[in-house]
Ligand binder design. Structure first.
Ligand code: FAD
Length: 638
């Protein structure tokens, strides 16, 4: 960055979060600019290096438009004119202004937000149960099975196969982190435990993707909502050749996983957003259910539970790391390399023969190549990266990367006129499933989300600095619902010349559009029935509804919002189907047992194996399928 570009950057930060004269400002909330918190400097550190030239170009363009000499109002107009180009940067500034913390783990804006920050009382953390392999240089290993990625699917398969006596090696791109590493801080968690450093958009900017990265994958940072695979999905997947899914054989896997994860509904206290959801559902006569969660009752603490998406500091979360991976190492001799990104699978005579990758030490100073020779390879890098492994290896056939499902989510905020304390208690303690199969087996769930300050602020479409601050000043009174659509249509994952994956997704299937619009309407009605005095769909160009205005007119306007970048703000925390199982090699990557059609010995072990979207929070389905796949792998080895 040149000095001129830095000047524009600082001014951009303070245009997005300006200092505003306000009579009620004892805590300095209104006066505080983004640069007062060092957001400009933090941006430079957090932006991926490859994006810096783009940002620099954008700053030059702003300067050419007279940004430096313009008034606040004029600068806001300039930003509005280039809203699409500048949106990711604006969002990053807001994320940092409300998420950055000082040495004491505090952000001064939280006083106004009524957010107390991390729970103060945290139990003594257990020492790390395992030590991943820490090579000195290049690493060569031999194994019976090598597992790529250690999340919901890969972690379980590694554990199951290690328990049969197989020599298992797990290669995980993220790091091994345990309770002692989890400071209940949003930005730290994104950096340490999320794919690509936190929420990141699809290549077409239509949907913000969130996925875990670390030993245990998404199960270390997810919200522990456990839902069994529905009968309708089991029947549909049987039509894709997974015929045992409609039989008790699959119940056995679901039951086993349920037991192993200690799933229960006794730690699902309702916070105020969930009380509102309950009230609204009762008033409307809609089906509502308390969530079951993979959670150790003995370690349950409602204050810490509110931060579980930042890694669970209480140790109550029954992640695949705790339930399968650590025992695989301590009891069955499995070997784990963290910080190891697998590049590709190699074959001999058309069969799996092993994998090659690269490890990097936690401090970034040491690294080396990794080669594991193994006749069985399990691909479980998550639905955004498993296709990358196959495509880089030149295997998997024409369906590799296609059929990516995302459960696209719209988000609504209800203003309840009172402090909702959304940071308290489990983030997903209940759901409304009235419309789960509203048309042709497809529909949507309504759920709540984990309280965040940074992501919450950045997801609020930016109009002007004053308007955004006004909304944030009332942030504590807001409760969020999401409408999570079971998508019939799909996107895809591609790899570029450097081997990096990109996901692409447009909500253009007509049933998905209808269901997204239904989900928007239902969320608005739910907030209204629960007593919200203001309702806001997260979307660009749509003013919120306020008590006294016509709700029907607001719903009609909200239903019209485009379901893409520049319209509704869409999220996905559920990626599925990009290496799916099925009978036809033209439309599926793996056979109905999970083994590649074109490469024996390579198996798909994660959510990418789903034939279609599960329509429910997928962890339990991923794990039950992985349990079934592990059984097939073990049978093959005999
Ligand atoms: C914030 C959030 C909340 C969620 N809440 C819930 C919930 O409450 N209930 C629910 O059912 N689901 C929830 N989910 C979804 C659930 O966690 C995921 O669907 C699940 O973890 C996916 O499992 P997976 O095995 O497909 O992949 P992941 O769990 O994502 O694991 C893939 C792993 O592979 C690693 N990897 C990637 N590329 C490579 C490579 N080249 N080499 C080596 N390793 C690689 C990654 O680092 C990652 O650790 C949530 C997800 C998020 C992000």
């Amino acid at each position: 960055m040149t000095p001129d570009q830095m000047t524009v950057l600082r001014l951009l930060c303070d245009t997005v979060v300006p200092s505003i004269d306000h009579p009620d400002d004892a805590d300095g909330f209104w006066a505080r600019r983004a640069t007062d918190l060092g957001v400009d400097q933090a941006l430079l550190v957090t932006l991926p290096p490859e994006q810096l030239p783009l940002v620099a170009g954008l700053l030059d363009a702003l300067e050419e438009q007279g940004f430096l000499t313009a008034t606040q109002a004029q600068r806001e107009q300039i930003l509005a004119a280039v809203a699409d180009a500048v949106a990711p940067l604006t969002a990053a500034i807001l994320l940092l202004h409300y998420g950055l913390t000082d040495a004491h783990g505090r952000n001064p804006n939280w006083t106004r937000l009524g957010y107390p920050g991390p729970a103060a009382q945290v139990p003594q953390a257990d020492p790390p149960a395992i030590t991943p392999l820490r090579p000195d240089g290049d690493l060569d290993l031999e194994a019976d099975v090598v597992v790529i990625g250690s999340g919901a699917g890969g972690g379980l398969i590694a554990g199951r196969l290690a328990a049969t006596g197989a020599r298992v090696v797990v290669l995980e791109a993220g790091r091994y982190r345990t309770e002692a590493d989890f400071a209940q801080l949003e930005l730290l968690a994104y950096r340490n435990s999320y794919r690509r450093g936190g929420p990141a958009p699809t290549g077409d900017l239509n949907i913000t993707l969130m996925a875990g990265a670390g030993l245990g994958g998404g199960t270390v940072i997810n919200w522990t909502n456990c839902i069994r695979t529905t009968d309708r999905v089991r029947r549909q997947w049987a039509e894709h050749g997974l015929t045992d899914l409609t039989t008790p054989a699959f119940d056995k896997h679901l039951d086993l996983v349920w037991r192993e994860l200690s799933v229960n509904d006794r730690c699902s206290e309702f916070n105020r957003p969930h009380e509102a959801m309950h009230r609204g559902a009762e008033a409307l006569g809609w089906s509502f259910a308390t969530a079951f969660r993979n959670w150790d009752e003995k370690r349950h603490d409602t204050l810490i539970a509110g931060h579980l998406g930042f890694g669970d500091a209480s140790g109550a979360k029954r992640s695949t790391l705790k339930v399968y991976l650590e025992p695989a190492v301590t009891r069955h001799g499995a070997r784990v390399v963290d910080g190891c990104r697998v590049d590709r699978i190699f074959t001999e005579n058309g069969r799996a023969a092993g994998v090659v990758g690269h490890w990097t030490g936690a401090d970034g100073t040491r690294s080396g190549d990794v080669r594991v020779i193994a006749p069985t390879v399990v691909v479980a890098a998550g639905s955004l990266d498993s296709p990358g492994v196959l495509l880089r290896s030149g295997i998997g056939g024409p369906a590799a990367g296609r059929y990516l499902r995302l459960h696209p989510c719209t988000v609504t905020l209800g203003d309840y006129g009172t402090d909702m304390q959304g940071w308290w208690g489990p983030p997903q303690a209940a759901l409304v499933n009235e419309f789960a199969a509203v048309e042709d087996g497809y529909g949507f769930l309504m759920e709540s989300v984990q309280y965040t300050t940074g992501l919450g602020a950045s997801a609020l479409p930016y109009t002007t600095g004053a308007e955004h601050k006004q909304v944030m000043a009332g942030y504590k009174n807001l409760a969020s619902f999401i409408g999570l659509v079971r998508d019939r249509g799909h996107g895809r994952v591609t790899v570029d010349d450097s081997g990096e994956t990109t996901a692409w997704y447009s909500v253009d299937d007509e049933l998905d559009v209808r269901n997204s619009q239904r989900a928007i309407e239902a969320q608005i009605r739910l907030h209204h029935a629960a007593g919200a005095r203001g309702i806001r769909l997260l979307g660009h160009g749509l003013a919120p509804w306020s008590s006294g205005e016509s709700l029907e007119e607001y719903i009609a306007r909200a239903r019209e919002i485009p379901l893409r970048a520049g319209g509704a703000v869409l999220f996905s925390a559920h990626q599925m189907g990009s290496c799916r199982m099925g009978e036809d090699p033209a439309t599926s990557v793996a056979d109905p047992r999970g083994e590649l059609h074109d490469t024996p010995g390579v198996w798909i072990g994660d959510a990418s194996a789903f034939p279609t979207a599960s329509g429910t929070n997928p962890m339990i389905t991923i794990m039950a399928l992985a349990s079934r796949t592990a059984e097939h792998i073990a049978a093959e080895a005999r």
